[in-house]
Design a protein around this ligand. Structure first.
Ligand code: UD1
Length: 430
């Protein structure tokens, strides 16, 4: 078993460079299916969700060529197979974007139901509602989402989302880009990756207006052509390292970010008494004194992101006073709390609310990463704790963080990857 071993208590100093945004990349890669020609995509993060999606595209017949560490060329001109393998699709949430992309390109899609982090119920009824509004017949049965338009080309249509859904907004945009008419999405999500997907599609010839507001209009076009596009920096990766500096202390320049995307996180850090300086494409985070308490409610963008809830909780475990966390997006996102308790945290959960009574210190312990962001939070707690923390379940973390160990070690953290054979004797792998 591979784990992270962290000797906590070392403040972080130096510079961390942020990679491309996971949640943009996992929509833009399927979007290449809509394009007749070569898409060069730059600033792609090296994470396992991206590798899986590229594999899925290759299974469908796309030509994928790695240009360098963060750039790939994808050519979907000659798709020959439309069956997405279950073994790949079930591992990640974003495989649902293949439905919108295949439906938009071919008028027909059959994709296994997606996997991804267990955050309570994650229905896809709003995606289905959007496809149906565009003239598709959709069945969800035998573990498959099957969507088709009898005419062979999506018609376009109007949909008012019952709740703000990132996945449904992007999936409808994908299905609508090549539609024969206009599609209007109301109550659309406004996350930076929604705007990034729209910018990618528009740069390939699509006609999408209003991304970043709650009404998006997509006028279908006949064809998308190839081109070059660079993915935005990852808001959540940047926020995770900001929270790490809060918890462990120190002074870190986090570069290759769009500071505006971090405002919702910066505002909370300022309330907690942490210094955050915004530069053109970087933020500098400094914590020298105690951490102040605060309350956090997660909300769709521009609110505080649910994908930062466990990481801010790690920092609040060490705040002076009592903080209240309210999860405003998912039914349940506190499965990690028992792991924090093993490290000495005081947290009570009641439904969507967690009350965190700050403690003077956490103690290192073996803990489990139960999902991607909870895993990042375990690492943050380990960086701040006294003694050694071992985090297992790190495949979750590697789904969404490029070189987490290298980036943290680069700012002075004592963290390494170890393998533990079945007999529990540890051997270091670097
Ligand atoms: C995406 C992100 C995830 C992030 C989440 C919220 C990807 C691959 N994942 O997930 O990291 O935490 O946005 O920012 O980009 N809902 C329904 N029916 C639907 C769709 C959603 O009831 O058809 C509900 C969900 O259960 C949830 C809320 O709407 O309570 C928001 O979910 P959504 O924004 O769709 O999240 P995901 O796209 O799954």
């Amino acid at each position: 078993m591979t784990k992270y071993e962290i000797m906590g208590g070392k403040p972080l100093h130096g510079t961390i460079t942020i990679s491309g945004a996971k949640n943009a990349a996992v929509a833009i890669i399927p979007a290449a299916l809509l394009v007749d020609g070569v898409c060069r995509i730059e600033n792609i993060p090296q994470i396992s969700d991206v590798s899986l999606l590229l594999q899925m595209l290759q299974e469908l017949g796309a030509e994928v060529r790695t240009v360098n560490r963060s750039t790939v060329d994808i050519d979907c001109s000659h798709i020959r197979n439309r069956q997405v393998p279950y073994e790949l699709a079930r591992k990640i949430r974003a495989s649902y974007y293949l439905v919108g992309a295949l439906l938009g390109r071919f008028g027909w899609a059959e994709v296994p139901l997606p996997g991804g982090c267990d955050l309570g119920g994650r229905p896809i009824d709003q995606h289905v509602k959007g496809f149906v509004a565009m003239g598709a017949q959709v069945d969800v049965h035998s573990g498959l989402i099957c969507a088709r338009v009898p005419e062979g080309r999506v018609a376009g249509g109007s949909v008012y989302l019952d709740m703000v859904s990132v996945g449904a907004t992007m999936n409808i945009m994908l299905a609508a880009a090549l539609a024969s008419g206009m599609t209007v999405i109301e109550n659309a999500a406004k996350e930076p990756h929604i705007v990034d997907l729209a910018n990618f599609l528009n740069s390939m010839g699509a006609n999408i207006m209003g991304a970043g507001t709650d009404v998006i209009k997509i006028r279908g076009v006949k064809r998308l052509r190839g081109g070059t596009y660079s993915i935005i920096p990852d808001q959540i990766e940047a926020g995770t390292y900001m929270a790490a500096v809060v918890a462990a202390g120190g002074d870190v320049l986090i570069q290759n970010v769009i500071p505006k995307h971090l405002d919702c996180i910066t505002a909370k850090l300022l309330e907690m008494g942490v210094a955050v300086e915004e530069l053109d494409d970087a933020v500098r985070v400094r914590r020298t004194g105690p951490i102040g308490r605060t309350n956090v409610k997660t909300m769709p963008y521009p609110g505080f992101p649910t994908d930062m809830q466990p990481q801010i909780a790690a920092a609040l475990c060490l705040a002076t006073g009592t903080s209240v966390l309210t999860e405003g997006v998912f039914d349940s996102r506190y499965r990690y709390v028992d792991e924090f308790r093993r490290m000495g945290a005081h947290i009570q959960v009641d439904g969507k609310v967690a009350v965190i009574e700050g403690v003077p210190y956490l103690t290192g312990a073996p803990v489990h990463a139960c999902d991607l962001r909870a895993g990042a939070a375990m690492v943050i707690a380990g960086l701040a704790a006294r003694g050694v923390t071992e985090v297992d379940g790190i495949h979750h973390i590697e789904r969404g963080y490029e070189d987490l160990v290298g980036k943290l070690a680069g700012v002075g953290a004592d963290i390494r990857c170890i393998t533990t054979p079945d007999n529990d004797t540890q051997t270091q792998v670097g």
